[in-house]
Design a protein around this ligand. Structure first.
Ligand code: ZN
Length: 425
């Protein structure tokens, strides 16, 4: 992986037309029938399609280390086991867990991700080395214990100060309050206010399960959405994960507050928290909807193509309406909508846009015939059709080769072996 000034992709198919595409520094500089002249690197795009890279807008990246560890158990039992395991994670484990996640994301065409995990400096280090765009967050969770308020505020301020050593447009800092049921109203409000005053993105899990929603009505007389709004939690640049259990009033509130909602269908399905995501209602009211995988503990992989497929299948199935999830909207949810949420001008193949782009190899059975490329991509292919990944103008993968892949796999396995000795199940 090396910085380069110009990158020329020859003979690539863009929107059904053969084109040359020139990247200068980190932006798409020119798209034309034939571009001549010298470039620092030339890629032959013959037989490939160019599309915007995907953004995984909700993840807990180092949970790759928990992949497949606890299966077929109740949510509460699963949570108890995961929390016990996570308490044993150290910096080295989180570093290699994040490297593993970044490798998997690059190999399946993801060029950016929004992360929530502990020890963010390890996540930042791993991600920067891998060259993938990211937004990391300080995660706040006080277990509804108000006596820790001052301590938690100080932690947020300290993390924010420290982030000034590494933060830039490519690797951003944000604040996360885990959820309304794990954070006191006082701290939740303080974090949202702090995010607004410092122009930071603020994240939280919202209305993920039926139980969470019923508990909120019982405790506050309000849905989770109305409750968080009532304490000022949406009075900032907010990204809310899940929002499965919402009504029309909630959707109006999310629209009014400009909250980005992230749909994580595979995680929702696997932990049986719900699947009737109201995409059409969100869209019709102008809510920005993006897609995520959630952590590998519940989604098992970070494949955004699989995520798109499941999203579309479930939307069509529960509504009994095959027109409810058009392909172009689905692709926007996996790319530009997430980029808009983090304020990055990517997600489209146009001159002037940031070059977070991927090349898809169509010389494969699943792309023949090619009546509809987008349909083949979402419904027939999977992440392994991604041939080349370019992020911020830098080549992270070419011909499916990522530098250092073997070392990452071996080290991640070594960390899993260390972790296994610390947990007794
Ligand atoms: Zn999550």
């Amino acid at each position: 992986m090396k910085d380069m000034a110009t990158l020329l992709i020859k003979n690539i198919i863009l929107n059904g037309q053969k084109r040359d595409l020139l990247i200068d520094d980190n932006k798409i500089a020119k798209i034309d029938n034939a571009i001549s002249g010298d470039a620092d690197k030339v890629i032959d795009g013959k037989g490939k399609r160019v599309i915007p890279g995907f953004i995984n807008t909700h993840s807990h990246s180092a949970m790759t280390l928990t992949r497949g560890k606890y299966e077929d158990m109740s949510l509460q039992k699963w949570l108890d086991k995961i929390w016990n395991l996570e308490a044993k994670l150290d910096e080295e484990m989180i570093y290699w867990g994040t490297k593993l996640a970044a490798l998997e994301m690059i190999k399946s065409g993801t060029t950016a991700f929004v992360d929530q995990y502990w020890m963010i400096e390890q996540g930042v280090k791993a991600t920067k080395e891998m060259g993938i765009r990211s937004l990391h967050s300080e995660v706040v969770l006080d277990g509804l214990d108000e006596s820790t308020f001052e301590k938690n505020c100080a932690k947020v301020i300290e993390a924010h100060q420290k982030s000034k050593d590494w933060e830039n447009d490519f690797t951003q800092f944000s604040i996360t309050c885990h959820a309304a049921y794990t954070v006191t109203p006082k701290l939740f409000k303080w974090c949202a206010d702090y995010a607004r005053k410092n122009d930071l993105i603020f994240q939280f899990h919202l209305a993920e399960s039926r139980k969470e929603t019923q508990d909120s009505f019982n405790q506050y007389g309000l849905s989770p959405t109305q409750y968080i709004d009532s304490i000022g939690g949406m009075d900032c640049k907010a990204i809310a994960a899940h929002a499965v259990w919402v009504d029309d009033k909630d959707i109006d509130t999310l629209a009014k507050r400009g909250v980005t909602v992230v749909h994580n269908i595979n995680s929702n399905l696997k932990i049986s928290s719900g699947y009737k995501f109201k995409y059409n209602e969100f869209r019709n009211r102008g809510v920005n909807v993006a897609l995520g995988t959630d952590g590998c503990g519940t989604s098992n992989n970070l494949d955004m193509i699989e995520t798109m497929k499941t999203t579309a299948m479930l939307q069509k199935a529960w509504r009994e309406n095959p027109t409810s999830m058009p392909l172009n909207e689905l692709l926007d949810m996996a790319s530009i909508n997430g980029y808009n949420a983090i304020g990055v001008d990517a997600g489209k193949i146009e001159v002037g846009k940031i070059a977070d782009i991927i090349l898809i190899d169509t010389f494969s059975p699943v792309f023949v015939p090619n009546y509809n490329f987008e349909a083949n991509l979402v419904y027939a292919a999977n992440g392994s059709c991604v041939d080349t990944v370019i992020c911020n103008g830098r080549v992270l993968m070419e011909n499916r080769v990522v530098e250092g892949e073997r070392e990452i796999l071996e080290n991640a396995q070594y960390q899993v072996d260390r972790l296994s000795k610390l947990i007794n199940d």
